[in-house]
Ligand binder design. Structure first.
Ligand SMILES: Cc1ncc(COP(=O)(O)O)c(C=O)c1O
Length: 407
């Protein structure tokens, strides 16, 4: 094939040192991933032994990552038919099926195979009614005014979340009643909310709400699922044991560890810290306005929604001992032909040269899985363990890009 000639020899999945990595690429640092996992497990073991972790597929569903999370004993937390099928492909023994856009086929498959299914749409109640199923248990996602309890903190703000059944409007009570009439048991509550702050106060409020709902509606709950949205791997920010401590404090007012399982659904807190993105400088140019540094990486790979205010980064100079001019301003740019593919401005730093590298840290969440196939296809992903690197996802070529196309 012509393209195999163009693309050259395939990289072999053998161990290599970082100087041999083909950029741009992502690197997963296994020790850092393990540290996050251990912190979470220790927090739960200390504060609420009857617990499980559903790893949020949407945050990063690279096959190596989901397989590793399975090996660590985590459940798969999925929100679409594709994600559900992916979890099955990876033989997850336990799946948590969330979100308002579940597919009917996988909805029933999940119920029949013992998955935790958190209802989030009225049509799911219709499906249950049509099926006449009675021997199933479900969870119910709650929509309530968290913004009032934690002013200025929730992602949706005064507009309120769009997920779950509303406590305030009575839709939550309506759903409970309707399920009761059908003979379907509600065995859990799901209270995931996105927040701007990821604060401990958010989780205190969620646990508090779970207690209130249990008492108000006389619920017998075998699980309370507080969703994801935690910090992980950040200095001066809460860590997993801080969250589990406040959650346990609140939950224990209405629940017992023996009877009710705590579910957490972390995504970014586990997978953002251990992933780094490495780029190489391929050109340096002076324009009338700026000193431009062009790299082979791009903003779409570390900030696909173009929403971040800055990036943790490190300059890796070739020959760092040689003296270099200090430049007031260097504009670090990416590979796309978009004018706004400018990653950041380096101020008063050594002049970058072709071949130098820039690495970006903490980029594992909502990046690899949101990267578009724009101009250049998915880059290599390496696993770093004890300073050695192994290819775990080979960069896509036109061959993978064209798969399933009909022309
Ligand atoms: C239901 C649910 N659970 C878990 C998560 C994971 O959140 P995070 O990646 O912030 O931990 C999300 C993210 O939106 C979600 O919607």
């Amino acid at each position: 094939m012509l393209w195999s000639v163009i693309c050259g020899k395939k990289e072999k999945p053998e161990k290599m040192k970082n100087k041999q990595l083909r950029t741009p690429c992502y690197m997963i640092h296994k020790d850092m991933l393990d540290d996050g996992i251990a912190l979470l497990k220790n927090g739960l073991e200390r504060d609420w032994k009857n617990a499980c972790v559903g790893y949020s597929f949407k945050t990063n569903s690279l096959p190596w990552v989901v397989e590793y999370m399975k090996q660590k004993g985590f459940y798969a937390e999925v929100v679409s038919e594709n994600e559900y099928d992916l979890a099955c492909k990876h033989d997850f023994a336990h799946i948590i099926y969330n979100g308002p856009v579940k597919g009917k086929r996988t909805f029933f498959h999940a119920l029949e195979h013992g998955a935790i299914v958190n209802l989030d749409a009225k049509r799911e109640l219709d499906w249950l009614e049509e099926s006449g199923k009675k021997d199933v248990t479900v969870g119910l996602r709650v929509n309530f005014n968290l913004e009032e309890m934690c002013p200025g903190e929730t992602s949706a703000g005064d507009e309120g979340s769009r997920f779950g059944f509303s406590y305030e409007t009575g839709e939550f009570a309506w759903a409970l009643n309707r399920l009761k009439e059908m003979g379907v048991k509600v065995s859990g509550l799901h209270l995931h909310f996105g927040s701007k702050t990821r604060s401990l106060a958010i989780y205190r409020a969620l646990a508090q709400k779970a207690c209130e709902l249990k008492n108000e509606f006389g619920l017998e709950l075998s699980f309370v699922d507080l969703g994801g949205g935690y910090f992980g791997g950040m200095e001066n920010r809460p860590k997993f044991p801080d969250y589990t401590k406040v959650i346990a404090e609140e939950l224990s007012r209405a629940f017992s560890v023996e009877e009710t399982m705590l579910i957490m659904e972390p995504g970014t807190s586990l997978i953002t810290p251990p992933i780094e993105y490495l780029t190489t400088v391929i050109d340096v140019k002076k324009t009338y306005a700026n000193h431009i540094v062009v790299t082979d990486g791009g903003r779409i790979d570390i900030d696909p929604l173009h929403a971040k205010k800055g990036y943790f980064h490190t300059f890796l100079y070739q020959n760092p001992e040689t003296k270099r001019e200090i430049l007031k301003k260097q504009v670090i740019c990416g590979f796309t032909c978009m004018e706004n593919d400018r990653l950041f401005v380096a101020e008063n730093t050594k002049a970058l040269q072709v071949g130098d590298q820039i690495s970006y840290q903490k980029v594992g969440g909502y990046t690899m899985c949101l990267t578009p196939l724009f101009i250049r296809y998915f880059p290599n992903v390496y696993l770093e363990e004890n300073g050695e690197y192994r290819l775990i996802r080979e960069a896509w070529t036109p061959e993978e890009y064209s798969q399933k196309s009909i022309y």
